[in-house]
Design a protein around this ligand. Structure first.
Ligand SMILES: Nc1ncnc2c1ncn2[C@@H]1O[C@H](COP(=O)(O)OP(=O)(O)O)[C@@H](O)[C@H]1O
Ligand SMILES: [Mg+2]
Length: 296
């Protein structure tokens, strides 16, 4: 993929804007359809950082599209097509948006981040160290950081409109959304994680954990948003998976390291990312696309 110009603001679609997220913009196409444009914006702790990461939008969209194709036979999803030429006059500059768009079905979002963890790491590791549990679930004693769990676990978080997402227990999710829906989402999330974990393993990558989102159309549940991307998942190179060393994850790690070293208070706009951090991150996103979906 040749590097394209940074695209962090969308001003190229003549359709009503439904939602402007931290990374995506959603446009109403009528007929129960919408257009998702994935920008090169990057966020951390609910802040959109400056500048963006060149080609990040293309990568996220192409990765999501490929995973939707791989998983469609097991779980339906919101994708209709990614063909910009079918959109006619509503797109002002087709070449800029060519790989960054997906036409989808409009769903009623279920406001839960369906997180699946196969390994004890990140926020899960912090919880486990403090309590021996993750989201209220008891885990075997003596696990080491980044160790594989005996089984993948479902650790949901409530999507809050204001403020951060909030980890909840299965019992809390059941009380909120009902036992049946909770069981369905847990079962589908774990099934998809197991499938993707095996696919990644075949390509020398460990899918440590991930976040999925689901929605309803009438009474049907379907996958929405993005899936198994470097923004929603933690990928490790298998040949660097070693419990005795710090694992460098394949995605936003340069950004996390920069922010951690910059004494950012997480309550104000952080410093702009230096050029080397932007470049290193751009390379990692592109590498994941290739590692996952280039012909072997
Ligand atoms: N098919 C769909 N129907 C309704 N909402 C969707 C659908 N797909 C994705 N979304 C929502 O669109 C938003 C995508 O934009 P994003 O920039 O990722 O937002 P956020 O900053 O909330 O993460 C998310 O809030 C997601 O829940
Ligand atoms: Mg999002």
């Amino acid at each position: 993929m040749t590097r394209t110009a940074l695209m962090t603001a969308v001003d190229l679609v003549k359709a009503p804007l439904m939602y402007k997220g931290k990374v995506r913009e959603l446009y109403d196409l009528g007929n129960d359809q919408m257009l998702i444009v994935v920008t090169d914006r990057i966020s951390a702790f609910d802040y959109v950082l400056e500048p963006g990461i060149p080609d990040k939008g293309n990568v996220l969209n192409l990765v999501t599209r490929a995973w939707f194709e791989v998983t469609a036979q097991f779980m339906q999803n919101h994708m209709i097509h990614c063909d910009i030429d079918q959109l006619g006059d509503i797109i002002v500059d087709k070449e800029v948006l060519r790989h960054r768009i997906m036409v989808t079905r409009k769903a009623t979002r279920i406001p839960v981040e369906c997180v699946v963890r196969g390994y004890v790491t990140g926020g899960g590791w912090r919880q486990y160290q403090e309590t021996g549990m993750i989201n209220g679930r008891e885990l075997p004693a003596g696990l080491r950081k980044n160790e594989r769990l005996p089984h993948p676990i479902f650790t949901p978080a409530k999507k809050n409109d204001v403020g951060h997402d909030e980890d909840i227990t299965i019992a809390e999710m059941e009380a909120w959304l009902g036992e049946k829906l909770t069981a369905q989402l847990a079962e589908k999330s774990i099934m998809l994680y197991v499938l993707a974990h095996a696919y990644c393993e075949d390509r020398g990558i460990v899918l440590a954990d991930t976040k999925l989102e689901f929605g309803f159309i009438d009474d049907e549940i379907l996958l929405i948003d993005e899936i198994f991307t470097p923004d929603s998942s933690r990928f490790w190179a298998m040949d660097k998976y070693d419990l005795d060393i710090e694992i460098d994850s394949m995605d936003k790690e340069p950004v996390r390291t920069f922010l951690a070293n910059s004494n950012w208070d997480k309550n104000s706009q952080p410093d702009p990312l230096p050029a080397e951090v932007v470049e290193e991150t751009a390379q990692r996103y592109t590498q994941i696309l290739h590692a996952l979906f280039q012909e072997k």
